[in-house]
Every structure is written in C-alpha cells, then in structure tokens.
Design a protein around this ligand. Structure first.
Ligand code: FES
Length: 111
C-alpha cells in the first residue's frame, strides 16, 4: 500500500485514513509496512502506540479501550496510551509511542 508522506519536524507524517474511520472512544490496528500500530481516539485526540503487548505476543487491538488506557486481552495488563507506560503486571516494559494527529479530516501518524 502506498502512503501519502509529508515531511514534518517530527519525521514524516503518513496519511492512514479518514477521521470518520476512528470515532471517539474507539481504537483500531493499522498494519503499516513492518509496523503494527494501535491508534485510539480519546475524546477527539488520537494516540498511537505499538499494537503488540510487551509481555507476550497479543494484539492490543483485541483488548479493551478504557479512557486513555488499553487493557491487554490476554493477561489484563493496562497501558497508558498517552506515554505507553505499562501500568499493571505482568507487563513490565512500556509500549513504543508514535506521533499522531487529526488534520484536514485525515488521521496522520509518524512511524
Ligand atoms: S500478553 Fe499482554 S499482559 Fe500478557
């Protein structure tokens, strides 16, 4: 899949879809090149983190969005979407975070 890449001071913004594809209170996994990225819309603000749990190989997109946190579907660790922090055991390693923004009706991230 080809992406519309535009340079920014943070890296290259990549257009990954329309705002309407990610309503407030929802999250979605995007497979972008070799990256699996979870993007959540928290009260109108997008946050992007690695989709794979740092404990074992579980897709966080299959878990539960709880405000600005995502709960892993396998063992229940929660991660903060704002900074990737692992908040509960058994996960001990934070998630990688990616810049994300809504602009001109589109969802863009840097990865
Ligand atoms: S795989 Fe996510 S908490 Fe174990």
């Amino acid at each position: 899949m080809a992406f519309d890449k535009r340079k920014s001071t943070q890296g290259t913004w990549v257009d990954i879809g329309a705002i309407e594809d990610l309503p407030p209170g929802t999250m979605k996994r995007y497979d972008l090149e070799q990256h699996r990225i979870l993007v959540a819309n928290v009260e109108g603000t997008p946050f992007a983190v690695a989709d794979t749990c740092t404990h074992e190989d579980a897709s966080l997109s299959m878990g539960a969005l709880q405000g600005d946190k995502v709960k892993c579907p396998l063992h229940g660790s929660r991660f903060c979407l704002r900074d990737g922090q692992a908040m509960d055991e058994p996960a001990e390693v934070d998630l990688e975070c990616y810049p994300a923004r809504f602009t001109a009706g589109r969802l863009e991230i840097v990865f």
